[in-house]
Design a binder for this molecule. Structure first.
Ligand code: ADP
Length: 431
C-alpha cells in the first residue's frame, strides 16, 4: 500500500508558474502559426512572437532548474511582453484594415491576461508594469483621436479600430484596480498570519524555557542521586523518574520544533555536504539503541552514486532531522529484524536530486492510516499497544521539513511486514 504526500504550497506555486509559462509559450506559437497561414501575421510579429515564445519556454525551464534566478528573469520578461503588446497595438492602428482590426481586438483581449500574469508572477511590480502598459494604451488611444481620418476603402474601419481601443481603455482600469486590491488583501493576510505566528512562537518559547530549565535541573539531580544510591529498588524508582522526565523534555522539544516549522518565513540554509558521512554519523548515534532491542541498523549507498552523494546540496541540518525522525520511528515500531537506510541519486529529467529510503521490518501500517499518520498529534493504536512513547509529531515534522526543502515524501507499508518511507529531495541551489 502506498501513499504520496502532497507537495508544499511553494512547490505547487512553482509548478503552476512553470505550467503558465509553458502554456504561454505554446499558445503564442500556435496563434503565430495560424496567423501566418492566413496571412495575418505582420512583419513585426514574424520575429517577435517566436522570440517571446522562446523567452516563455526559457522561463518555464528556468523555474524548474534554477528557481532562485526567477526574481531577475521575470521583470525583463514582463517588460518585453509589455513592449511587444504596445508596439503591436501601435502598428495595428496605422493604416486601418480588416486584418489589423482583428490584430487590435485580439491584442486588447490579451492585455488583461497579461495584467493577471504580471500580478501573480511579480506581486510587487505587477501594479507598476500593468499601470505603465495601460498608460501606453491610453496614450495610443488619445493619439489616434488626433490622427486624420482616412476616407474611402479601409478608412471606414478607422472608427471601429478606435472603438475597440476605447473599450479597452475604459475596462482595463477596473481590471488593474481589482488585481491590486487582491494583492493588497493577500499581503494583509500574510502580515496578520506572521504576527499571529510570532505571538504563538514567543508564548511557546517562554513556556518551553520555563518548563525545560527546571526539568534539566531535575534530570541532573536524578543522575547525582543514582550515583549515590545502591539499592536496586531505589535505582529502579530513579530510572522511572528519569524516563518520565526525559519523555516530558522530548515532548516539549517536539512541540516547539513543530511550531517553529509553521513559520511561513522560515528559510532553508543550502550548503554542500557529504550525505554518506551524515548517514554514517546517524548510524553511530542510533546503533546502541538498535542493538539494545536486538535489531540491525545499516546504511546502503547505491554503488554508482557514492562519489556524487559525497557532495550534495541541501540544508544539512534539516536533512539530518528528517532521517533522524524516520530512523527513530523505524526502531520504535520494529520488534524483529532491522532497519536499513538506502541513499541514491534521483534521476529526474531536468533537476538533480537525492533519494533517501528508510526501510524497516516492523509492525507496518494499515492502508487506511497511510494518509493520517502525517497529521500532527496522530498516533495509531499499534503505537499505544506497543507501549512506545511519542507525541504523534515525528512524521508531521518530517512532512513539514520535506515541504520546506521542496521535496516529496512517500510511504509504502504492509501490516506485519514493515514500512518504507521514501524522501525525495531536490538539490538546492546554493549559488
Ligand atoms: P509518534 O511516533 O510520536 O507516535 P509519529 O508522527 O512519528 O508519532 O508517527 C505517527 C504514527 O505513525 C505512530 O504513532 C505510529 O503508529 C505510526 N508509525 C510511524 N512510523 C512507523 C513505522 N516505521 N512503522 C510503523 N508505524 C509507524
Amino acid at each position: 500500500m502506498t501513499s504520496t504526500q502532497p507537495r508544499p504550497v511553494d512547490a505547487r506555486h512553482a509548478r503552476l508558474m512553470t505550467g503558465v509559462a509553458l502554456l504561454a509559450a505554446i499558445g503564442t506559437l500556435v496563434i503565430w502559426l495560424t496567423d501566418r497561414q492566413q496571412g495575418l501575421a505582420t512583419a513585426w510579429d514574424q520575429w517577435t512572437i517566436p522570440l517571446l515564445s522562446a523567452l516563455y519556454f526559457g522561463i518555464g525551464v528556468l523555474h524548474v532548474v534554477k528557481p532562485r534566478c526567477m526574481p531577475w528573469a521575470l521583470p525583463p520578461t514582463l517588460i518585453a511582453t509589455s513592449v511587444y503588446l504596445l508596439v503591436a497595438i501601435h502598428l495595428a492602428m496605422e493604416g486601418p484594415s480588416l486584418p489589423k482590426l482583428y490584430a487590435l481586438t485580439s491584442l486588447a483581449q490579451m492585455i488583461p491576461v497579461f495584467y493577471v500574469i504580471a500580478f501573480v508572477a511579480w506581486p510587487r511590480g505587477g501594479a507598476w508594469i500593468s499601470g505603465l502598459t495601460y498608460a501606453g494604451l491610453l496614450a495610443q488611444y488619445l493619439f489616434s483621436l488626433q490622427a486624420p481620418m482616412p476616407t474611402g476603402g479601409w478608412g471606414d474601419i478607422q472608427p471601429l479600430t478606435q472603438k475597440a481601443l476605447l473599450a479597452s481603455v475604459l475596462i482595463h482600469p477596473a481590471c488593474i484596480l481589482a488585481l491590486s486590491f487582491i494583492v493588497h488583501l493577500r499581503g494583509q493576510l500574510s502580515t496578520s498570519q506572521q504576527e499571529a505566528f510570532k505571538g504563538k512562537e514567543r508564548f511557546l518559547a517562554m513556556l518551553s524555557h520555563e518548563i525545560r530549565t527546571p526539568l534539566q535541573a531535575m534530570l541532573g539531580t536524578i543522575d547525582l542521586l543514582a550515583l549515590k544510591l545502591n539499592g536496586s529498588a531505589e535505582t529502579r524508582a530513579l530510572d522511572r523518574l528519569r524516563n518520565s522526565a526525559t519523555q516530558l523534555d522530548t515532548h516539549l522539544r517536539d512541540v516547539t520544533e513543530f511550531t517553529r516549522l509553521e513559520d511561513p518565513a522560515l528559510r532553508i540554509q543550502a550548503d554542500t555536504f557529504d550525505l554518506t558521512q551524515l548517514l554514517n554519523d546517524l548510524r553511530d548515534d542510533w546503533i546502541e539503541r538498535a542493538q539494545a532491542k536486538g535489531l540491525t541498523l545499516s546504511i546502503d549507498i547505491a554503488p554508482g552514486d557514492q562519489a556524487a552523494l559525497q557532495a550534495v546540496t541541501s540544508d544539512a541540518t534539516r536533512v539530518r532531522q528528517i532521517v533522524c525522525n524516520l530512523i527513530s520511528n523505524a526502531l520504535k515500531y520494529t520488534l524483529v529484524g532491522g532497519v536499513t537506510v538506502h541513499a541514491s541519486l534521483s534521476r529526474q529529467p531536468l533537476a538533480r536530486g537525492m533519494t533517501i529510503v528508510v526501510e524497516d521490518s516492523g509492525v507496518g501500517i494499515a492502508a487506511q492510516y497511510l494518509e493520517t499518520i502525517f497529521q500532527p498529534y496522530v498516533r495509531l493504536e499499534d503505537a499505544r499497544a506497543l507501549r512506545v512513547d511519542g507525541t504523534g509529531l515525528g512524521l508531521a515534522v518530517v512532512q513539514r521539513l520535506v515541504d520546506h526543502l521542496g521535496g516529496q515524501l512517500h510511504v509504502d507499508s504492509h501490516p506485519d511486514r514493515g514500512s518504507r518511507f521514501t524522501v525525495e529531495l531536490p538539490m538546492a541551489d546554493n549559488g
